[in-house]
Design a protein. Sequence first.
Length: 113
Amino acid sequence: MAQHDPDLSLLFQALSDPTRRAILTRLAQGPAPVSELAQPTGLRLPTILRHLAVLEAAGLIATTKDGRVRSCAMVPGAFAPVHHWLDTQKALWEGRLDRLDAYVMRLMKEREQ
């Protein structure tokens, strides 16, 4: 059975919600105050704050407070574990598909003979 990385699970959980992905898409352009992040969603501030808490717990964003304004920014390199896991899975499945292709080609050649 494969071992499960709890940090990777937190990252995928955070990325599983479309609202959180939209927030990350916006933060990819640069830091933003919470009020700006909440505006396009139509969600109430407490709901947005819960989404931000999930993103922060996963290590994808960092928040700062300056007076009454709370701002969020993406954490550089936070997606590295996801990229690494996906690259590993891609290599695994490409290898399997290459072996399957070679097997099917060998069977086809054997049938031709």
